[in-house]
Design a protein around this ligand. Structure first.
Ligand SMILES: [Zn+2]
Ligand SMILES: [Zn+2]
Length: 103
């Protein structure tokens, strides 16, 4: 299946909903609801993503995220906001993992 088709599939929709629910239907940066995009932290598992590979961002922050990622070399991503969110994300995923192990 090609990736564009995958994005229209039921499997993707279910995954998307699950991740949005995990984050409370809010942008991970500003807690804004509304139109949310799922940002891939990695495309390593493209088509079969781990829920932790994806992060919901509002339109504005998604654009910002990409602009910042592309404007700084991989080794020097020192932008505070990005570092913040990655930290927040790590904490959050750890919490979710612990929670899911409880069940
Ligand atoms: Zn936002
Ligand atoms: Zn993205």
């Amino acid at each position: 299946m090609d990736y564009q088709e995958y994005l229209k599939s039921e499997g993707w929709k279910a995954k998307r909903n699950m991740i949005l629910n995990m984050w409370g239907n809010r942008c991970a940066l500003c807690n804004e609801g509304g139109e949310l995009h799922l940002h891939h932290r990695t495309y390593e598992r493209k088509g079969n993503e781990d829920p932790y590979d994806l992060i919901p961002l509002c339109k504005t922050h998604h654009k910002m995220f990409h602009e910042q990622l592309s404007s700084s070399p991989k080794t020097e991503r020192t932008n505070t906001k990005i570092e913040d969110i990655i930290q927040k994300m790590e904490k959050f995923t750890k919490l979710q993992r612990e929670k899911s192990q409880d069940v």
